[in-house]
Design a protein around this ligand. Structure first.
Ligand SMILES: [Fe+2]
Length: 163
């Protein structure tokens, strides 16, 4: 979800970033809906047996953004350095981490009503990864061939100027 906050213009394709951001919010809505549908009619017995009891004590069946281990969502998960090369690598890593999480859910889940939307979300993360990769390649192709460390020349001229 961190790519929602990506603001550095890499190419003229601003629509790419806003569309991924909107899509990530839609993913959050889909996952929240899945959790809601799975938990809304649980009996006390099912809550205890399923290991949902600790969550239930804190949040009843309300949707509270947290990891599978119960760690609450925090802005600390959103990474941004303001450097397009750094941030595109971060975005690509985030997409792969999301894909791996969906893979793990698919390994553990046997409910087709959960697996189908998770497969869809997984496929979208793969597409996002590819799109960020394309933009990284476009960006690095535009760098001077002597820019070995792939720094951002628009920010770093003073740092690397020979005096
Ligand atoms: Fe994504």
């Amino acid at each position: 979800m961190k790519d929602i906050f990506y603001t550095v213009k890499v190419t003229s394709d601003n629509h790419f970033y806003s569309s991924i951001g909107v899509e990530e919010l839609n993913h959050l809505e889909m996952v929240g809906t899945i959790v809601y549908q799975l938990t809304r009619n649980l009996s006390e017995e099912e809550i205890k047996k399923s290991g949902f009891d600790a969550y239930f004590v804190d949040h009843t069946t309300g949707i509270y953004p947290s990891s599978a281990a119960g760690v609450p969502f925090t802005a600390a998960y959103l990474q941004s350095k303001g450097d397009p090369i750094t941030d595109l690598h971060e975005d690509m890593a985030a997409e792969q981490k999301a894909r791996t999480t969906y893979d793990n859910i698919l390994r553990l889940c046997d409910d087709p009503d959960v697996k189908d939307p998770i497969r869809f979300l997984r496929a979208r993360e793969v597409v996002h990864y590819q799109r960020f990769g394309e933009n990284l390649r476009i960006l690095t192709d535009k760098l001077d061939s002597k820019n070995y460390y792939q720094f951002n020349p628009s920010f770093d001229k003073k740092c690397f100027k020979n005096k």
